[in-house]
Design a protein around this ligand. Structure first.
Ligand code: KIV
Length: 296
């Protein structure tokens, strides 16, 4: 087993955490500097989520995110992650056509971007078959049930799933079906904590909750939400641990102010001459400039 904070985390290590009743802590990241910070802070799992579309690329939902976007952003996260397990998120329509194309797309996360697994939303019969095929192709899969943001147009809005009996039963069944299909863990998004608790107790694989209460085996949050980088609406389930938006805004306002007032750059942020000959030359040039100005 990897020593805390040193060795690379593996899927068996993540799964053993459930057996040992240790919480799994996951977070999203989409670039090198953030991945480096969260990795060095001791995060177990980094998801390069398709939430990229909303928090980094400025889309209204995750639908426009492409495979190219996902691979492009997964690569630097993998480069920065010395310890955390990196999971790439399959974007909308990267797994909806043929099985061959879907497996090929999933393989790119491992082969091209260097991730260790992929996450895929949903648990329909067709999706379960696809997941089995992917696992046969040696691609470890993380499932995702409850609120699945790629179904936004069916749902109409992002809202809690599983409050009614039929929906709760379906989500529990979906999670069990995913376990049977062979996923190594499952994300439970935006479901009542009581439903998440039942799923967590029924499954041998770890559940990773987001808006699914305290009984899950692990938690995941979107990085930008928890550090206060997103400047808009935050769902009830987010706890804001910092205010990066305010910090950045104050820094940039300070910079604008200093430049306008001529306070930046000052001598301490400037380079200085060392050669006496060049100093002489500059003195001469400035002298002749001064004389010309006085004549005109
Ligand atoms: O895309 C994402 O960030 C996710 C998490 C919210 C689980 O799917």
């Amino acid at each position: 087993m990897p020593e805390e904070k040193t060795q690379k985390i593996t899927i068996p290590f993540i799964q053993a955490k459930k057996e040992n009743r240790e919480k799994i802590v996951a977070i999203t990241a989409y670039d090198f500097p953030v991945a480096k910070i969260v990795d060095e802070s001791g995060i177990d799992l980094i998801l390069v989520g398709d939430s990229l579309g909303m928090v980094v690329l400025g889309y209204e939902n995750t639908i426009p995110v492409t495979m190219e976007d996902m691979i492009h952003h997964t690569k630097p996260v993998v480069r920065a992650s010395k310890r955390a397990l990196v999971v790439g998120d399959m974007p909308y329509f990267s797994f909806h056509l043929s099985n061959e194309e879907s497996v090929f797309n999933a393989s790119l996360f491992l082969k091209e971007a260097g991730a260790s697994a992929v996450k895929i939303e949903g648990a329909s019969k067709k999706r379960l078959k696809l997941i089995v095929t992917m696992i046969e192709a040696e691609i470890p899969i993380m499932g995702h049930v409850g609120l699945t943001p790629q179904s936004i147009h069916h749902l109409g809005q992002f809202k809690v799933k599983g409050r009614e009996i039929n929906e709760a039963e379906k989500i529990i069944q979906d999670a069990q079906n995913l376990e049977k299909a062979g996923v190594f863990s499952v994300v439970l998004e935006c479901i009542p904590m009581e439903v998440a608790r039942i799923i967590t107790e029924k499954l041998k694989i770890p559940t990773i909750g987001i808006g699914a209460g305290p009984y899950c085996d692990g938690q995941i949050l979107v990085f930008h939400d928890l550090v206060g980088f997103s400047n808009g609406y935050l769902p009830k389930f987010v706890k804001k641990y910092g205010d990066i938006h305010e910090l950045i805004s104050q820094a940039v306002i300070g910079y604008i102010d200093d430049v306008k007032k001529g306070k930046f750059p000052d001598s301490s942020h400037s380079y200085h001459l060392k050669s006496e000959k060049v100093k002489e030359l500059i003195k001469k040039e400035r002298g002749s400039l001064g004389r010309k100005k006085r004549k005109s």
